[in-house]
Write a protein that binds this ligand. Structure first.
Ligand code: G3P
Ligand code: MG
Length: 246
């Protein structure tokens, strides 16, 4: 049960895969995260023109691929022609993965997958339903955490009756976020590193919420979050975090 801290060690979740070493949100980055001993990884999803769930951070293609324009204006077939190696020459030819392909990759592992729904700029009608269907199809419910900066989307998921773990993702300090997240129906807080203090972790625990903090790259920050006993730290460098967490 991922909803509540159970006294276990802090988990290491690779942010967009092992994105400090390999092209973000690609299968090589997820494979490397597994090799480096990550307990899980975070990835970002968007919806294609033909309603396929693809793993890519931006709403547009320019930064991480050799394509142009909006993800939403392209079919999966179009997107699969693009190179997503983001300037990492040794990974030339790497494609944008689908969420299904990532689930296939982790099928025989215990890896946690934190799926961030990137639906703040784009409404992506039906994204929540598509993601839930894929989670069920691949039997991933017990090790998936859904998160979003769009809390209307989280409410929509609650309204759909999902029993999946839900992370209230935010980027600026909130007042009593444990109360807010509880009212929202979330099961976890996903606070930014800069807003993660001892009180937040303690109050979250009292309220039955897990704390998954992002993005924790520097060794001293990793040590600080370990001292707070967060449930998971989301990092571009799972190798570094693994060496410190043990
Ligand atoms: O989910 C945590 C973190 O990934 C949120 O910010 O921009 O890296 O998706 P971003
Ligand atoms: Mg993200």
């Amino acid at each position: 049960d991922r909803r509540c801290h159970d006294g276990a060690m802090t988990e290491v979740w690779a942010h967009r895969g092992a994105s400090g070493h390999a092209p973000e949100n690609t299968l090589p980055a997820f494979e490397l995260a597994l090799e480096q001993g990550a307990d899980g990884f975070e990835l970002d999803v968007q919806l294609t023109r033909d309603d396929e769930v693809v793993v890519i951070h931006d709403e547009t293609l320019e930064r991480t691929t050799d394509g142009n324009g909006w993800v939403a204006d392209h079919s999966l077939e179009d997107l699969k022609r693009l190179d997503a190696s983001s300037g990492h020459e040794q990974y030339a030819g790497t494609r944008i993965p689908t969420l299904s392909e990532v689930f296939e990759l982790v099928r025989d592992t215990g890896t946690v997958v934190n799926i961030e729904l990137k639906n703040s700029r784009m409404a992506y009608k039906g994204l929540e339903e598509r993601v839930l269907a894929l989670v069920a199809e691949h039997d991933m419910a017990h090790r998936v955490v859904l998160s979003s900066f769009n809390h209307y989307s989280l409410r929509h998921l609650v309204g759909l009756g999902t029993e999946l773990a839900l992370g209230a993702l935010y980027s600026e300090p909130l007042w009593k976020p444990w109360q807010y997240a509880g009212k929202l129906g979330a099961t976890a807080l996903h606070p930014p590193l800069a807003a993660t203090r001892r009180k937040i972790v303690e109050k979250s625990r009292e309220h039955g919420l897990a704390v998954h903090v992002w993005t924790v790259n520097e060794p001293e920050d990793i040590e600080r979050m370990l001292a707070l006993d967060v449930d998971a730290l989301i990092t571009n460098y799972p190798d570094v975090a693994r060496s410190l967490v043990g």
